[in-house]
Design a protein around this ligand. Sequence first.
Ligand SMILES: Cc1cc2nc3c(=O)[nH]c(=O)nc-3n(C[C@H](O)[C@H](O)[C@H](O)COP(=O)(O)OP(=O)(O)OC[C@H]3O[C@@H](n4cnc5c(N)ncnc54)[C@H](O)[C@@H]3O)c2cc1C
Length: 466
Amino acid sequence: MQFSPAEVQFSSAQLSSAQVQDRRRPRQGPNRRRLRQGGRPPWHHRAVIRPQPSELQQLVRDLHRQGTAWLPAGLGSRLDWGPPLAPCEVVSCAALSGIRDHNPGDFTITVAAGTPLVELQEALAPHRQWLALDPPFSVGPAPGHGSIGGLVARGLAGGYRERYLGVRDQLIGLRLMRADGVEARAGGKVVKNVAGYDLMRLLCGSWGSLGLITELTLRTMPVPPQRRGLLLSGPLEALLERLAWLLRSGLTPERLDLWSPALAAAAGQEEAPLLLVGLASVHGASLDEQERSLAEPSLPGSGALAMRRCETELLASLLARGQQAQPNSQPSSAPDQAAAAPADPAAWLLRLGVTPTRIGELLSDPALAALPFNLAAGSGLGLAWAPAQLPAPQVQALRRRCRALGGQLTVLRQPPPSGPGAPLPAWENAPAKAMIEAVKAQFDPKLQLAPGRLPGVAQPSLPPTA
Ligand SMILES: Cc1cc2nc3c(=O)[nH]c(=O)nc-3n(C[C@H](O)[C@H](O)[C@H](O)COP(=O)(O)OP(=O)(O)OC[C@H]3O[C@@H](n4cnc5c(N)ncnc54)[C@H](O)[C@@H]3O)c2cc1C
């Protein structure tokens, strides 16, 4: 066999933050020795295998035969999010890159899973098309990048889901490689293909626990010819009243981001609750009309709210700065500069969600009030950052609060526990835990993939050889 995987080192920042737990020593095997060519240190702490497309299947078959635990990965920008991993190999899709088919007339594109989202958007732009997804935000000192496969595997989306829905709704088909090296396909290339078992949605948000996604077909959208942002600020109560009106109205903003005062301040804005409304249309006149509707003096809370227009570039730059706001970032008054946010690798990163009608109750929670956080106001889903000093019981209290408000809290990143206790589980046990474990057993009977991580299961079973 010609297998000679290229090993790539992550940047030191990415590596130092990778939570790889030595719960048990990995066992040696002939293939593992071959993977560690040249006497390199055990890679599961320090390196990633980056097979060429022609090498991938044989590699996965070898790993399966040995029962070796491994983690499917994209560009490795956020492997440290979620529960700590048991020792395992990391198989990166970075070499699986490129557009395989773009059909502008059908608004579909088929791409290899390791293709960076930013490259895809650049390739679509000359056709006046785009994938209706937020750009990946920077993580620490690393630039904001991520692969389309990583994005789908995480299943998370930002503010554009207000109009365009989540990433799973933009997915038309995918190819994957199972843990045993068998290739499988779900969905198709045409938008109307919805027949059969919805394997795509299972893989979307699976965090690498069910298989390695190798190729994706996605729906593209026309770029709206006219865009405009509106910034509404003022007391929370008045802002929520306007938001409720907006959600009931016939207006269909592209995005509706609700920022906490701390996030607004970190992005160089006044330290007050801020609602960022992104409007998009074919005609400028329609934007004028929507803006007038939102500024109507008879609307609730009108006297208390300030509304400013914000052109597209400024809105984009503000959103980028909001995405980067870490608890230790320095407020800046220059709105057109990307925030120089020195990321605290030990800080908490929390994914919050509540029933949209109960957003106000969440926002007024004292545990959250002082933190930088944003919520996609239409969906009730958002992100919060917190300094490493925030005690874990406070995060647990916030988690209970989200649950009481019809939602949940996922711990994406957390500092090492200060005492002898275990880290907080990233996910609580979902009501469908038994079903999730049954699906996992079908896809990955040897429990090789993403050992220690299974969305919806607080303490997943580990493979015997991990
Ligand atoms: C609220 C929220 C919204 C987000 N919205 C966006 C957005 O709109 N746009 C955006 O670009 N990013 C977004 N992200 C980041 C995104 O979720 C991913 O973390 C990022 O795209 C990862 O890219 P990567 O290639 O570096 O993946 P990695 O860091 O390498 O992997 C990320 C995860 O995906 C798994 N994985 C990666 N590739 C594969 C594969 N081929 N097959 C199976 N599993 C795989 C890994 O096991 C790991 O669990 C958002 C994050 C959050 C928290």
